[in-house]
Design a protein around this ligand. Structure first.
Ligand SMILES: *Cc1c(COP(=O)(O)O)cnc(C)c1O
Length: 443
């Protein structure tokens, strides 16, 4: 008989009630029973996040040089935080639920350079690599104006090195764009889900795109093997990269400042809820880690996954982390949310989330398109399907009995009028117009 870590599927279903619904590919809302322990700083520490922030600060002059559209932001790649009251009303009406508190959208969809959350981690890891090479072989000092890295001298230096990555699309976009700009040779291994326009865009920039007729894990594996044959090649390992994680984590301090500017408080009486779409976990995991450093027990983070790709939920629920894929439970990993089409979570991230993630939920593809249309209509934000997964979080939390129990257990029920909900919109501004029209027609 087929077993998973020694137990049959039936035995796993007996242990975890909700696993039955996940296997049926129904929408679920899951509260993490291990949530609430102190932040574990044995693997990542506040200092690591701080040094990533400092590194991005050093690169600001380079970013302005290389991407003049970032000049107004002084070379800091950051996205707007906006209130979406019309969407809030619309959701209350459409889903017959009261969403108390303020609803905001964090527009990573509109991050400069690559238009998705991957402009955080992906770009950070490539910059870190460039800094290492430039310091070791090009005489760069921390105190230099990093604008010099845009010169032909450094481009020539970087052309002796290569970068490789496996991706469902957006990570490849970020890594491809920044690596090509710096002068690296860069190869992106794309999974079958990756959209054609992303591959075309990269090819036009001189990026080598390799396509696989298989899912994301395969693209990563092929990339890893190929990169290992070349000592001058740096492989960006989306399943296991601390640098990606730290790049994402830097979002939290910046969000804290944005909230402060809006006079939005986060404390004992003003809880913050953040809903993050999750693929392999690096993006939402890094941000969650940063938010816990910034706000401690006053922030409550939830991951959102497609009903057909609930890899992180299953990894955490079973405690098997990256030792299990959704396919082993008969779930097909087929979703229109290409950024979330991942069958096996990052072991690094799921381990780190065990004690700090409040919970997670799944959402059907058809609802992603429903929300995509609503967001466009009510607020004028055009997002890609993956980016809408977070939008369903407040509905789940406020209407599901498990959500109410979570609020009760954490003494939050009486504080919801003063709560802030942030939907993390992870991508969309670079989607071509005709593609967006197809999305809008789907609801
Ligand atoms: C990659 C991606 C995510 C999830 O990030 P992971 O690090 O894979 O968990 C969410 N939304 C979009 C649009 C993405 O591209």
């Amino acid at each position: 008989m087929k077993t998973i870590a020694g137990l049959s599927i039936l035995e796993w279903q007996g242990k975890h009630q909700l696993l039955n619904n996940l296997i049926q590919m129904d929408e679920v809302f899951w509260i993490n029973p291990d949530y609430g322990t102190e932040l574990d700083e044995t693997i990542v520490q506040a200092d690591h996040v701080k040094s990533a922030e400092d590194r991005l600060g050093r690169f600001a002059d380079y970013i302005v040089e290389a991407f003049p559209e970032t000049r107004t932001m002084q070379g800091i790649i950051e996205s707007p935080l906006v209130e979406i009251p019309s969407m809030q009303k619309n959701m209350e009406k459409s889903y017959n639920v009261e969403i108390t508190g303020k609803l905001l959208l964090k527009c990573d969809s509109h991050l400069p350079i690559s238009g998705s959350i991957k402009a955080r981690g992906g770009i950070y890891e490539v910059l870190k690599r460039a800094e290492e090479i430039a310091m070791k072989h090009g005489g760069l000092k921390q105190t230099d104006d990093y604008g010099i890295l845009a010169s032909d001298t450094y481009k020539e230096l970087f052309s002796n090195y290569s970068i490789a990555v496996g991706s469902t699309g957006n990570l490849g976009m970020s890594i491809g764009i920044i690596s090509a700009k710096l002068g690296f040779r860069v190869t992106v291994h794309m999974s079958g889900d990756a959209k054609q326009w992303k591959k075309d865009k990269l090819t036009s920039l001189g990026v080598i795109v390799k396509e696989y007729d298989d899912d994301y894990s395969k693209a990563v594996e092929e990339g890893r093997v190929e990169a290992s044959l070349d000592p001058n090649c740096h492989f960006i390992d989306d399943e296991d990269s601390m640098d990606l994680f730290l790049g994402y984590a830097t979002a939290a301090e910046r969000l804290k400042n944005q909230l402060k500017h809006r006079s939005i408080r986060v404390d004992e009486e003003h809880p913050l809820f953040v809903y993050l779409p999750c693929g392999v976990g690096g993006g939402p995991g890094g941000i969650t880690y940063g938010l816990k450093l910034a706000f401690g027990e006053h922030v409550h983070c939830f991951f959102a996954e497609p009903t057909h790709s609930p890899c992180m939920t299953i990894g955490l629920m079973t405690g098997l982390h990256d030792k299990v894929s959704v396919q082993e439970f008969g779930i097909d990993n087929k979703t229109e949310a290409d950024g979330l089409a991942v069958g096996r979570p990052s072991g690094l991230v799921s381990g780190l989330m065990t004690a700090i993630l409040s919970g997670s939920y799944t959402i059907e593809d058809k609802r992603l398109f429903e929300l995509l249309g609503q967001m466009a209509e009510t607020e004028g934000y055009y997002l890609e399907p993956s980016a809408l997964a977070g939008a369903y979080g407040p509905v789940h939390l406020m209407s599901d009995p498990t959500g109410q129990k979570y609020l009760d257990d954490h003494k939050l029920l009486g504080k919801m009028n003063d709560a802030t909900h942030i939907i993390w919109a992870t991508g969309g501004s670079m989607v071509p117009k005709d593609m967006m029209e197809q999305y809008l027609a789907k609801r």
